[in-house]
Write a protein that binds this ligand. Structure first.
Ligand code: NAP
Ligand code: MG
Length: 477
């Protein structure tokens, strides 16, 4: 299977081995990808290094931006082909898959337009000196992305790297590599020079581990589990390579009694149901001021029980989860909460006529959840929402900050002072006030605190993360 895109050419794994591609909606194998490893990673890193010293490295920022913008247009033009591939590969509803492709295009639009607007600085210094701060690419960047939003992640991680003139090596998740392959075709057609983007398909513990441990990369970015993120940080540390980690969350929706519930309730439900809860920024904890607990939980339960799970073609509120391991994980959380005696407040419904081999989890709302329960602390990465009452503002903040994670949070109240106080006190990379963006737009800097990771992606800050400065000090007398 020629699914490795290296130095502008499609090649198969040297071993000749492949990995089956399975559709989460029905459990059927429908494609194969090559099983790349150390050998292909090394070829890809060499190709990227060569691109840095060749046409790509010499290209003006304006020309790079033009190519990125063209890639964005190419992605949108291909949406009717692209979205069904993404929907089949991930199981997500067709509307969500289409939206993901639009966001992928949007990343290239945004960073394409930004490429020639990253200016250096002139720094006032001693008499007789002129000091310039240049902003340089890092060199060869490594990108490991997960299976939950493959197309969006491609855009999020690659567009700023390429805008800054880095040459990239991407290892998509083995479960969802197809959008990356489609993307490479579009990028090539838009004029991206050979070697500027290289893709190696394969397993994380083989190709992924080889990439992050490669001595000739200059940067790595990883989105996924805490366990593997820690391994990536260790691997890059061995070569003193900078890494950005985005490791998920347990994001709180903090609802005070005076909140506008007509606005809040549908957003709260969507924030956990969307993508079957497999969203690092899923609003997975519902924190409610005790005096309004029954009312809020009642309204959320009513909306939650209307959610429907189906195939991509049914295009309902969410699809299956990614794979049998993820289904077992989600089901494990649900079973454990039930056996701990935590009340089920609402369940979504699986559509009639689902294929028997698919990986469908039933959306479940639990509450009140004891604060020491694992549902209060651990990321489920599935459509499971846990409700908790809190006493007052201080208690809400303590509860919100009471996990190892700190990725997103939302505060819902009509009291303007409290809205700002709580938003400032919550430990998170993004806080939404009377709204929720599940990660927000491409313009909004994004990333975690605590065990949600470090470094920032999205927005103009990503251009800083994916570049370095050089200070030129010139004595002119
Ligand atoms: P994972 O193992 O952390 O996978 C994320 C990415 O890392 C994939 O591309 C994976 O490749 C790759 N990878 C795996 N082992 C690697 C290694 N040793 N070195 C370098 N890269 C490696 O996540 P998962 O197993 O798919 O999911 C497990 C749990 O992680 C989920 O249940 C969820 O809690 C969490 N998760 C979080 C996010 C997020 O957005 N924060 C995303 C996905 C999963 P392969 O998939 O090909 O092995
Ligand atoms: Mg894995």
């Amino acid at each position: 299977m020629e699914t490795m895109f290296i130095d502008g050419k499609w090649i198969a794994a040297q071993s000749g081995e492949t990995i089956d591609v399975v559709a989460p909606a029905d459990g059927q194998v429908f494609d194969r990808i090559g099983r790349g490893g150390m050998y292909e990673i090394d070829l890809a890193v060499r190709a990227a290094r060569k691109a840095r010293s060749g046409a790509w490295g010499r290209m003006s920022a304006t020309e790079r931006g033009r190519i990125l913008t063209k890639i964005g247009v190419g992605v949108l033009d291909a949406i009717d082909l692209f979205a069904p591939i993404e929907a089949r590969d991930t199981g997500k509803p067709m509307t969500t898959a289409r939206n993901d492709i639009v966001v992928l295009a949007r990343y290239f639009e945004f960073y394409g337009a930004a490429a020639d607007k990253v200016h250096g600085e002139v720094i006032p210094f001693l008499d007789g000196y002129a000091v310039q701060l240049l902003r340089d690419p890092l060199g060869v960047t490594a990108h490991i992305i997960p299976w939950n939003y493959p197309a969006q992640m491609l855009g999020r991680t690659l567009a700023p790297a390429l805008a800054m003139g880095n040459a990239a090596v991407l290892k998509p998740a083995e479960d969802t590599s197809l959008s990356a392959l489609k993307f490479a075709e579009i990028a090539m057609a838009a004029g991206l020079p050979a070697g500027a983007l290289n893709i190696v398909t394969g397993y994380g513990h083989e190709a992924g581990a080889a990439l992050t441990a490669h001595p000739d990369i200059n940067f790595a970015t990883f989105t996924g589990s805490n366990e593997v993120g820690t391994m990536v940080q260790r691997a890059t540390a061995a070569n003193v390579v900078k890494c950005v980690l985005e490791l998920g969350g347990k994001s709180p929706q903090i609802v005070f009694a005076d909140a506008d519930l007509d606005r809040a309730v549908p957003i709260i439900v969507k924030a956990i149901i969307q993508n079957a809860g497999q969203t690092c920024t899923a609003g997975s904890r519902l924190l409610i001021e005790r005096k309004a607990y029954d009312e809020v939980v009642g309204r959320v339960a009513e909306a939650f029980s209307k959610t429907r799970v189906g195939t991509p073609e049914m295009d309902l509120d969410c699809g299956p989860v990614m794979n049998p391991a993820q289904l077992a994980r989600v089901q494990g959380f649900i079973d454990a909460a039930k056996s701990d005696g935590i009340p089920v407040l609402a369940e979504g419904k699986l559509a009639a006529g689902l294929p028997s081999g698919g990986y469908y989890a039933t959306p479940t709302l639990f509450g009140p959840v004891p604060r020491n329960n694992k549902l209060a602390r651990d990321e489920v990465f599935g459509p499971v929402l846990a409700a908790f009452p809190f006493a007052d503002e201080a208690d809400a903040i303590a509860l919100a900050n009471g996990t190892d994670y700190g990725l997103l949070a939302a505060v819902w109240t009509e009291n303007a002072g409290r809205l700002t106080r709580v938003a400032k006190a919550v430990q998170a990379g993004q806080v939404f006030m009377n709204c929720y963006g599940a990660g927000g737009g491409v313009e909004l800097p994004f990333g975690g605190t605590k065990r949600s990771g470090h470094g920032r992606e999205k927005g103009l800050l990503a251009l800083e993360e994916m570049s370095s400065t050089k200070t030129l000090v010139h004595y002119h007398g």
